[in-house]
Design a protein around this ligand. Structure first.
Ligand SMILES: NC(=O)C1=CN([C@@H]2O[C@H](COP(=O)(O)OP(=O)(O)OC[C@H]3O[C@@H](n4cnc5c(N)ncnc54)[C@H](O)[C@@H]3O)[C@@H](O)[C@H]2O)C=CC1
Ligand SMILES: CC(=O)C(=O)O
Ligand SMILES: [Mg+2]
Length: 605
């Protein structure tokens, strides 16, 4: 039986290798309809024979420009824009850069994704955080043409038919938001659509998901943002947010519709306010192949960073259980990080009893330190409320301030996921000089840049040059004395969500388990070399994101198979997956990653 599966796998391999040259792309349009379709459009790059075949002759200037020349011309325009906007306010420059990229996205997807992949380090801050936040805030004014699908409270009962309005026959990856907590910017209603668009651009760039098979989705359930409600030109529903069962029945309807049309799709929930983030995750995670990026993706990246910080202190990974970690922000992201960190510690300790005694975490929210004396203690925060077991620090009361906590606990790590810019202020950072760690870690993970708990520069200036620093949005490295560099790591879930989604898709996982998420986090944690860790580098350069995502995707496929959750993908069945070696899974994952090149277009009626 196994030998047969093996033989079939080998045969397919051979066939595929001989088919590496870009295959033809079937197109059902002709003439200007092709030029106006960004998926097929090659601008001046259509060869003459193709112009003849597709009725394009005379619709373009006669000269044929190669893909490389088009690429160079775009990059030249981009660099001129950089040059011409020098000295302008940062927001003006960032939006100008976003516009030029967006115009290309609207016109020629192949060229757009190629420049994005090749220049991901420079372009991620434009199409993703921080600029995407600014884009969402200014969405009404920037809107030119729609992207993705919008399901509103007015569409109740219609979603099952509406989903068939989407033109692609196959969708692999859906990112959905209700716009209720966009980065650290709060409720932006329908304007939050920029986030699923940016996340899916990262899916294409990092995971090689085919852009014809992605779907950004906005669930417009209203908004509680008074400014938007009072704005005549606001593009979403001008009504308060749906609540309770009305809200859930709308999300239910969307999920049923999406999985009815595309049963093998993966759905990522993004930027939902905390109560709905947790509730929808519990509601759907055993029914559908879905995950919540803010809770689960962020947790894996933070855990990888925390383990890196242990290594940077010259300790063994097992010493993680001795680290005193203060988390600031008890929302979906903060609680997600603590839950995963606790799981990892429990695994290292080997028993839940030891875990009770361990008690290494302190959690604060807008009302200060959370203890068991907290009135109306949120059930999600309850496992991390102080005031039980050994390890209590004298004199720390319910609601203690961050400064009090840092001074008394002398933590190894402070990790911010509060959405509040600057709360790691000079006093807090200076107090970190008394940390019990030889290399204290400061993670200011809130987005966008304005909402980071501190800047990289302030962290190194006030907390000392030996710290480890990471932030959610990118900062420049800091030049320290004696030619040393203070590394500004970017601890952002972009290092994991593409690999989680890709691994879930290619394994055909029924759902996404904790084991699959843990495998993703462990893979990222082990990616970085000892030499880099010693310099204070916790995460690899974003320019390696395709390679990282291949590895993370492989780890996720492997875990899905090991947990018996995989059902296979396309013509690769479970048995073939189960038979693959690690190298073969890597090869399988890479082979399934889309790469932007112009394919010959063949017209079919
Ligand atoms: N770097 C990354 O990959 C990620 C970063 N984030 C960022 O984390 C932030 C929070 O996200 P969520 O947890 O989903 O939001 P949330 O709204 O669910 O939670 C925010 C939490 O911060 C607390 N808080 C507010 N003011 C505070 C203060 N002054 N001191 C201490 N705590 C305070 C709130 O009480 C709440 O517990 C956002 O800025 C988001 O952009 C979220 C996901 C991933
Ligand atoms: C990065 C991200 O997912 C957030 O800030 O919400
Ligand atoms: Mg998010």
């Amino acid at each position: 039986m196994w030998n047969l599966a093996r033989a079939a796998w080998n045969l397919r391999q051979t066939r595929r290798l001989s088919a590496c040259i870009p295959g033809p792309c079937i197109v059902h349009k002709r003439g200007t309809d092709i030029l106006h379709d960004p998926w097929f459009n090659k601008d001046t790059g259509f060869p003459l024979t193709e112009r003849d075949r597709l009725g394009l002759r005379g619709l373009l200037p006669p000269r044929v420009i190669s893909f490389e020349q088009q690429y160079e011309r775009f990059m030249n325009s981009y660099h001129s824009l950089e040059h011409n906007t020098r000295g302008e306010p940062e927001s003006v420059v960032s939006l100008a850069k976003w516009r030029i990229l967006n115009r290309l996205h609207d016109r020629n997807e192949t060229l757009y994704y190629r420049v994005l992949i090749d220049n991901i380090k420079d372009f991620a801050p434009i199409i993703y955080t921080p600029t995407v936040g600014l884009v969402c805030q200014n969405y009404g004014g920037l809107f030119r043409r729609p992207r993705g699908m919008y399901f509103s409270a007015k569409d109740k009962g219609e979603m099952m038919s509406m989903i068939y309005n989407w033109p692609s026959h196959q969708v692999d990856m859906i990112v959905v938001t209700d716009g209720s907590r966009i980065l650290g910017l709060g409720d932006l209603g329908v304007q939050g659509i920029g986030i699923p668009i940016g996340k899916l651009d990262m899916y294409v760039a990092a995971a090689g998901i085919n852009p014809q098979r992605i779907l950004p989705v906005m669930l417009d359930v209203g908004t509680n943002n008074q400014k938007l409600l009072g704005d005549d030109l606001y593009l979403g529903l001008r009504q308060p947010r749906l609540e309770g069962d009305e809200y859930l029945s709308m999300v239910d309807e969307f999920m049923e519709a999406a999985f009815t049309r595309w049963p093998k799709a993966v759905v990522q929930f993004e930027d939902f306010q905390m109560k709905w983030a947790f509730e929808t995750l519990q509601r759907y995670r055993n029914r559908f192949c879905m995950f919540n990026d803010d809770i689960q993706g962020t947790a894996g990246v933070a855990l990888a960073g925390l383990l890196g910080a242990v290594r940077a202190q010259g300790q063994s990974l097992k010493d993680f259980v001795k680290q005193k970690i203060v988390v600031v922000g008890a929302g979906s992201a903060g609680i997600g990080v603590l839950s995963m960190a606790r799981q990892a510690a429990a695994k290292m300790l080997g028993s839940s009893e030891n875990m009770e005694a361990n008690n290494q975490f302190w959690l604060l929210d807008k009302d200060g330190l959370i203890t068991k004396d907290r009135k109306d203690l949120d059930p999600a925060a309850a496992p991390f409320a102080r005031g039980f077991g050994p390890g209590e620090v004298e004199g720390l009361r319910e609601g203690a301030t961050l400064l009090e906590v840092v001074k008394k606990v002398k933590p190894h790590v402070i990790l911010g996921l509060s959405g509040v810019g600057g709360i790691f202020n000079e006093e807090v950072l200076k107090a970190m000089r008394e940390s019990d760690s030889s290399r204290p870690a400061i993670f200011a993970m809130s987005n966008p840049t304005m909402n980071a708990e501190c800047t990289a520069e302030d962290a190194f200036k006030h907390a000392g040059e030996n710290i480890i620093f990471a932030s959610g949005s990118p900062f420049e490295n800091v030049t320290l004395g004696n030619g040393k560099i203070g590394y500004a790591n970017q601890a952002n879930n972009m290092y994991l969500f593409p690999g989680i989604g890709l691994g879930a898709l290619l394994s055909g996982a029924r759902h996404i388990s904790d084991g699959m998420l843990q495998a993703a986090a462990e893979c990222l944690a082990s990616y970085i070399t000892e030499e880099d860790i010693q310099k204070g580098i916790l995460f690899p350069s974003i320019s390696r994101i395709r390679h990282i995502t291949t590895q993370v995707g492989t780890a996720v496929v492997h875990a899905a198979v090991a947990e018996d959750l995989a059902e296979g993908h396309g013509d690769i069945g479970l048995k073939e997956l189960a038979y693959m070696s690690k190298e073969e899974i890597v090869e399988y994952v890479s082979r399934n990653m889309w790469y932007p090149i112009y394919s010959p277009l063949v017209h079919e009626k």
